[in-house]
Design a protein around this ligand. Structure first.
Ligand SMILES: Nc1ncnc2c1ncn2[C@@H]1O[C@H](COP(=O)(O)OP(=O)(O)OP(=O)(O)O)[C@@H](O)[C@H]1O
Ligand SMILES: [Mg+2]
Length: 389
């Protein structure tokens, strides 16, 4: 259960007749454009390495031509790698025979594309059960399974309709049902929702998230839309010119974008609303004390700090002591409100603004994790919103 579902190691794909030359140039530090200009070889993917954990929705994001589709096709081996390897469920797929690979793609790795490619003359049910049909499942059984999946995506009442009688969003749900019906352990979705209008797209994201709650499939999801990636991604890998430039959780990427290319995806998106107190907090912004004797307090306040948080033996917040209270034998512990790790930026802003001190951030067990203060909040607000006000 703990071993990763997919392991990608040093994966490279060069399209052209002299990939070796291209790889040598890449190794020497050349970029995709330079390689193309000098050799005519097209770099699809260069040195991609990452793990996808069981049950994760792993989103590949990047501009057009950055290598997203090539990378997922390398994973299900519709494209042969120039170098590197792909291991799925512990098996190096380069070692899997062609015939076995076809079977694997039919049953264990389902693919959903942007164009749903439904068969117009077949009913919704028949379309949804097509993958099972190809896999050789009998009619009664496959229709039963397909109907169960249509139920999950809210299309059971339309089972006997033709695709043309459905809206685009519904057709895309049939495409999703077809992929789900074979019960794959790995779903590969290439811009699966990109053709939909924003509302339909959001609806499909919800369908997917809802399904994911019960089934915990491993999903590789390609998107060029940051908001989609943030909403559904457990982790996001950002690609540029065939390379992966950053991998992280949505929060990690928002709070710490690797470079300007990554930051450019934030344009027009209010990323601050995806941040929580846990993302904003500083771990050692405020000193802490456990014991209230004068020397402990003095020691923890020996810098420029005006106050320290007082913690109990379990690291729970008892309040704070100020520098002024230092001289007293029993310093006064003042009350302070805590903020939970998952509090949104909006919640943090209103609480921090109403407080004269930084606020402690606590986990579910009420243990102290760090602190948020006005300066920090202002910095995040200007950084995340400032570029496009
Ligand atoms: N079969 C092919 N033959 C030659 N070059 C290819 C082939 N497939 C992809 N490429 C090139 O590889 C690079 C990556 O393409 P890819 O389709 O993986 O990008 P992408 O990130 O999926 O883009 P998009 O967002 O437009 O779908 C591009 O420069 C593309 O021209
Ligand atoms: Mg693509």
């Amino acid at each position: 259960m703990n071993s990763p579902k997919v392991v990608v190691e040093g994966l490279c794909k060069v399209f052209g007749n002299n990939p070796k030359l291209a790889l040598d140039m890449l190794a020497a530090g050349a970029g995709k454009d330079e390689v193309f200009a000098k050799t005519g070889q097209v770099v699809g993917v260069h040195k991609a390495s990452f793990d996808v954990k069981e049950g994760e929705i792993f989103v590949l994001m990047g501009l057009s031509g950055s290598g997203k589709s090539t990378l997922i096709r390398l994973i299900n081996r519709l494209v042969e790698p120039t170098a590197g390897k792909v291991v799925i469920d512990g098996r190096d797929i380069a070692a899997v025979r062609r015939s076995e690979l076809t079977a694997l793609r039919r049953t264990d790795m389902s693919m959903v594309f942007q164009s749903f490619a439904l068969m117009p003359q077949r009913t919704v049910l028949s379309n949804a059960s097509f993958g099972l049909e190809v896999a050789g499942v009998g009619k009664r059984d496959r229709e039963k399974r397909a109907l169960a999946v249509l139920e999950q995506v809210g299309l059971a009442p339309f089972a006997q309709k033709l695709p043309s009688e459905l809206s685009g969003g519904m057709q895309q749900r049939v495409g999703l049902a077809r992929a789900l019906a074979v019960n794959p352990s790995l779903m590969i979705m290439d811009e699966a929702f990109s053709a939909l209008d924003p509302l339909k797209r959001k609806e499909m994201q919800n369908v997917l998230l809802e399904l994911q709650k019960n089934q915990r499939r491993t999903i590789l999801f390609v998107s060029h839309d940051l908001e989609e990636a943030i909403r559904i991604g457990t982790r996001i890998a950002i690609m540029e010119g065939g390379r992966i430039v950053q991998i992280g959780t949505p929060q990690e990427i928002i709070s710490n974008p690797a470079d300007d290319y990554v930051r450019a995806f934030f344009d027009g998106v209010d990323t601050s609303r995806y941040l929580t107190a846990g993302d904003l907090m500083q771990r050692d912004g405020v000193p802490t004390v456990r014991s209230l004797d004068a020397s402990s307090v003095a020691e923890s306040l020996n810098g420029s700090a005006e106050y320290a948080f007082v913690l109990d033996g379990e690291r729970r917040i008892r309040g704070f002591v100020t520098r002024d209270a230092m001289g007293s034998a029993t310093p006064d512990v003042k009350q302070v409100e805590s903020v939970s790790l998952g509090a949104t930026l909006e919640q943090v802003v209103s609480r921090v603004c109403a407080s004269s001190t930084a606020l402690p951030v606590v986990d579910a067990e009420q243990r102290y994790c760090g602190s948020v203060d006005q300066a920090m909040v202002l910095k995040v607000l200007t950084r995340n919103r400032g570029s496009h006000v």
